[in-house]
Design a protein around this ligand. Structure first.
Ligand SMILES: [Zn+2]
Length: 402
């Protein structure tokens, strides 16, 4: 015996009574089959309903051979043949009705405007998508399709729901967007004067209930295009969220919403110019400081010169650049470090010296849990802890001098 699908005749029915036909457990999950139900099982791209049966949560519903299987959170007390009361989660269902009806309107508009039939539809918990054959799509075209779909909503057209038994009956209605050769019975959803298609889902009675359709994006996929969209309360919530973001940004940048885009572009350009100028200045500071180090921190050892300094603050790239500049001096070993923004150590060697700098550096890095690397003439690494920097620096100098 098949389950009578009450949602076929009335999408707005939320409560019902049904007799238990079967009850069993699949992989620990109790399943229940009734002689009739309001619960829509997941199919045709639409998510299944959820709700309660005798106060027990229905987590999902699926269809198998004309039977609707309700998956319950826990086993139901009632036995086979007994009558139970069910109630679907109405806000959840209505959201699905809005998304699904919106899809019919959008599919109808894509057909009307560019003769592109919908190949598949997927309703997500957050966003829905539909696929159409490949075409050149742009913002202008998206605006055009949004204009038409929302126009159909505002015209508040009636949506008819009926069944046809054969192709002759179907042809009488007009065969727009329907490609079904053989069938026993086909459920038809007709948006008055706009679109006819076969569908087993739950829909609104009038287009006005969809409220709003917004295309949120599209992507080209081989031979098709996937269009993402939001309908009804989802689209409204999206508008509220985005308007909030824009308003906050406008407040933050002390400019009107209309001028916001221009302002951000302008600030971004200014920021890039500033960043270039900071780089130029930092290079000059590095050159200047290198000269100072040569004068004040260069000491003669047995057969080389040692230049060393630990800075309070310097960017890694500045430390590296300074070490490179100083390594141009003859017979020099350079040890530099900086505490902030992150603890770094650098060891460099002029090209006229042979010295196992890498080995020494790696030894210190291992001892103080640092990470880094480099060439035979320049090694650079970061330490895990700022507190270790002083000790690691001294250890490195000590190794070089020993
Ligand atoms: Zn449908």
């Amino acid at each position: 015996m098949k389950t009578e699908k009450l949602y076929y005749n009335d999408s707005y029915q939320t409560t019902f009574k049904g007799n238990i036909l079967e009850k069993y457990v699949v992989q620990g999950q109790p399943a229940l089959i009734l002689d009739k139900t309001c619960f829509y099982p997941s199919s045709g791209g639409q998510i299944s309903d959820r709700g309660m049966i005798e106060g027990i949560p229905v987590l999902s519903a699926e269809e198998e051979n004309g039977k609707v299987i309700h998956y319950l959170e826990k086993e139901i007390g009632a036995g086979i043949g007994e009558t139970v009361c069910g109630k679907i989660d109405w806000p959840y269902r209505f959201d699905h009705m809005q998304q699904h009806t919106g899809q019919h309107i959008l599919s109808g508009a894509l057909m009307k405007l560019w003769q592109k039939d919908t190949q598949s539809f997927h309703m997500g918990e957050e966003i829905s998508t539909l696929d159409i054959p490949a075409m050149v799509l742009d913002e202008q075209k998206i605006r055009e399709v949004e204009q038409l779909t929302n126009q159909i909503i505002y015209e508040d057209r009636v949506i008819h729901n009926y069944s046809v038994k054969n192709n002759a009956e179907l042809k009488e209605k007009g065969t727009f967007r329907i490609k079904h050769e053989q069938f026993e019975e086909l459920r038809i959803i007709e948006i008055d004067g706009f679109d006819i298609s076969a569908c087993g889902g739950t829909h609104c009675n009038r287009t006005g209930e969809v409220g709003l359709i917004k295309v949120t994006g599209w992507e080209n996929r081989k031979d098709k295009i996937r269009i993402s969209f939001l309908c009804g309360l989802r689209a409204f919530a999206d508008y509220q969220k985005k308007h909030g973001i824009i308003k906050n940004l406008s407040h933050y940048f002390t400019t009107g919403i209309e001028q916001l885009e221009e302002k951000i572009i302008q600030l971004n350009l200014e920021q890039k110019e500033l960043s270039k100028s900071v780089d130029r200045m930092e290079r000059r500071i590095v050159e200047f400081e290198s000269e100072e180090l040569k004068k004040e921190n260069r000491r003669e050892e047995k057969d080389f010169f040692l230049i060393d300094k630990l800075f309070m603050e310097h960017k890694i790239q500045n430390i590296r650049q300074m070490a490179q500049l100083l390594a141009r001096e003859e017979k020099s070993i350079i040890v530099l470090g900086a505490e902030k923004p992150e603890p770094v150590l650098c060891l460099a060697l002029s090209s006229d010296l042979k010295f196992p700098v890498k080995e020494m550096f790696n030894k210190v890095m291992l001892e103080f849990k640092g990470k880094g690397g480099g060439t035979e003439n320049l090694v650079l690494g970061k330490l895990e802890r700022e507190d270790d920097l002083q000790k690691a620096y001294q250890r490195l100098v000590q190794l070089i001098l020993s």
